[in-house]
Design a protein around this ligand. Structure first.
Ligand SMILES: [Zn+2]
Length: 78
């Protein structure tokens, strides 16, 4: 049986270095703030489904969004 190819480790998103929002890999600018400072080296993910949630208000987020927790080793969402 042939060995299965390991899945690609490339993340499906790029994180905005300015606001932490995760954008699709093919994006060249951030959908949230318009920055072109998008990086693949991010870790952790917070998904805000409702702007009314406790988590959203704790993070100061007012719309449904996916954010990275750490970008280039720096914690951006806490
Ligand atoms: Zn941004």
């Amino acid at each position: 049986m042939p060995a299965r190819k390991a899945p690609s480790k490339k993340p499906p998103f790029k994180a905005c270095r300015d606001c932490g929002v995760l954008n699709p890999r093919e994006a060249t600018i951030c959908s949230n703030c318009g920055s072109s400072n998008l990086l693949e080296s991010w870790e952790g993910m917070v998904i805000i489904l409702s702007a009314d949630s406790v988590l959203a208000s704790k993070l100061g987020i007012n719309k449904p969004v996916a954010k990275a927790i750490r970008i280039s080793g720096k914690i951006v969402t806490k």
